[in-house]
Design a protein around this ligand. Structure first.
Ligand SMILES: *Cc1c(COP(=O)(O)O)cnc(C)c1O
Length: 423
């Protein structure tokens, strides 16, 4: 469910015609819908209304300050994986006592910053990290609440690049080592191990891997309690999939049943870290057709967005729906085209042999479901400018990240000192 619909033949974001934004800010641009963000957050929160639950939005899915603020205003916490994300979450208005810091490679400096902000919890993923965090906390005379991320060795049945809960993945500690690692954590100064964390992957389209993982998590919590540990939170990660091509996917309420069945009777506070599920369908990428090129074997639509703006198709073979901003006549015939960007890479392809209605040079297209893992993965590859971001609310809209100019871009580099010539 999202709020990008045709009204009088024009694709709108809520009540704003997207063509109006294109006229004002140029293309390409990302556009996010407040109503969609709010709706997704509320559906998720309502599914856990009967539990002591905290929803920590996974900032890595979309780190725009205005998106974070929209969710923070609804009561969301944040799951962050770097100091930069932590700073963004705080700047976006997320209270530190609702922030979890995850990730396999936190540096000492990042730990120091997180401790000074007094965030809720740091999730630790290895013994060396445990030792470093203990040293950093002790040096500050502090005791930090930690979760330990276990790797349940469950197949999430998703794309291998976003699968994180198999034994061969870099994430978490082996579930069989949980008892030893918690004992080690309890013996180290400055640490209060109170949570077991898990996150098995992203874009899961099936609930069974969650059920398998949460069942193992519950058994681990019981075992740890038998060994004298006080576990009062479990951190269930994110990963709930979203429809990219109108598939039917498990609903948050169905997911909440799996949660209740598996970890519901532990008496723990439940921490969730949804990312994609909250923001994916709340964003689109709008682009203009530069050329229609008839190749020898096929027709290409060359558009002004490229893989540097939206990496998902190149990186994960992801499928995104593509719609023209002006609705085609109902009887318009479709024909297969490849929709590609201008970057000098064959993988710079948004769709292959996609059946689209006729498109001409200058037409505007929307690439849908681009709100998660879109703008955050953008780069300057091919020395292209980063794409601006727009937030819509009702009939109002605002630029929430401006398009940089070439001056900004050129200022980033400098010559080596021996290359500087006086003129
Ligand atoms: C990426 C990530 C998430 C969010 O995953 P989604 O699939 O976007 O919901 C949550 N927790 C951790 C630890 C992550 O790395």
């Amino acid at each position: 469910m999202n709020h990008f619909q045709y009204i009088d033949g024009e694709l709108h974001a809520e009540d704003v015609p997207l063509a109006e934004i294109a006229r004002s800010v140029g293309t390409p641009f990302y556009c996010y819908s407040t109503a969609t963000l709010e709706r997704h957050y509320k559906v998720f929160a309502q599914a856990f209304a009967d539990h002591d639950a905290l929803i920590c939005y996974a900032v890595k899915a979309n780190a725009n300050l205005a998106v974070i603020r929209t969710l923070a205003d609804l009561g969301a916490g944040a799951d962050v994986v770097s100091e930069g994300e932590l700073r963004k979450a705080l700047a976006g208005g997320v209270p530190p006592e609702r922030i979890v810091f995850s990730g396999v490679g936190k540096t000492r400096a990042e730990m120091e910053f997180a401790l000074d902000q007094r965030i809720m919890q740091i999730n630790v993923e290895s013994i060396p990290e445990l030792e470093t965090l203990s040293a950093v906390a002790s040096q500050r005379g502090m005791t930090v609440s930690i979760g330990i991320r276990i790797n349940p060795d469950v197949d999430a049945r998703t794309h291998e690049k976003i699968s994180t809960g198999k034994a061969e993945n870099k994430f978490g500690i082996a579930i069989s080592a949980a008892r030893d690692v918690f004992a080690r954590a309890a013996a180290l100064p400055g640490l209060r191990p109170i949570s077991v964390a898990i996150h098995i992957g992203s874009q899961l389209t099936d609930l069974e891997p969650f059920r398998a993982a949460f069942t193992k998590l519950a058994a681990t919590v019981r075992d740890l309690r038998d060994h004298g540990h006080r576990i009062d939170r479990v951190d269930l990660g994110g990963g709930l999939g979203i429809p990219y091509r109108e598939e039917t996917l498990p609903l948050p309420i169905e997911y909440s049943k799996v949660v209740a069945d598996t970890v519901g009777d532990l008496g723990c506070r439940l921490v969730f870290e949804p990312g994609r599920m909250l923001v994916g369908n709340a964003g689109i990428l709008v682009s203009r057709v530069i050329y229609v090129k008839d190749g020898e074997a096929k027709r290409f639509l060359i558009i002004d967005a490229a893989m540097n703006d939206l990496l998902r198709p190149a990186m994960y073979d992801a499928w995104h729906d593509i719609k023209p901003l002006r609705a085609p006549p109902p009887d318009a015939a479709v024909a297969p085209v490849d929709v590609v960007g201008p970057a000098c890479e064959t993988s710079d392809t948004f769709a292959r042999q996609r059946d689209l209605t006729p498109v001409r040079e200058g037409d505007l297209l929307a690439i849908l479901t681009a709100g998660a893992y879109g703008a955050v993965m953008a780069s300057n590859y091919n020395v292209r400018l980063l794409t601006p971001e727009i937030l819509v609310r009702g009939s109002d809209w605002s630029v929430v990240r401006r398009r940089p100019d070439y001056e900004d871009l050129l200022r980033q580099d400098s010559l080596a000192k021996w290359q500087v010539r006086s003129r």
